[in-house]
Design a binder for this molecule. Sequence first.
Ligand code: ADP
Length: 152
Amino acid sequence: MKKIAVFPGSFDPYTKGHESIVEKALGLFDEIVIGIGDNLTKNYMFDLDTRIKHIQSIYENYDRVSVVVFQGLTVDFCKSIGAQYMIRGLRDTKDFEYERNIAQMNLKISGIESVFFMTVEEYASVSSTIIREIHKNGGNIDLFVTNAEKLV
Ligand code: ADP
């Protein structure tokens, strides 16, 4: 059976930190589905179409990585596409504390197992929030985002 994992997030925008997690996960899973969670009550800086196209441009030569938008519970999305695992990235103990509770609840309600990868040190301080701040103020985000020119 194929091992399929969902990497869920807002990806507003998708950073080299996110990329480093997918690179690591490709060694463990047959297929990675990057799931863009579309929360109707949340305000995003980059619209959905821009985020999809940006992430797709990064993985155009990867046949084991795809990009899909979903609404609702991440575990329901995992089940709907036959994914047995969910991937999350950990930058620090704050991420861990937050993710631990969610992972335990998700396992209880669905049987979907969460798998965690530590970020590479180089990108440990990269967050979409900081990238948005730099971008908003006209700063250069090329160091932290691949194909940043797609984010217009
Ligand atoms: P969410 O809104 O679900 O937190 P994000 O797009 O912010 O979505 O993040 C998606 C996942 O990527 C989360 O597991 C988050 O911890 C992880 N992540 C974010 N930035 C980094 C980074 N620099 N290095 C490793 N993992 C990261």
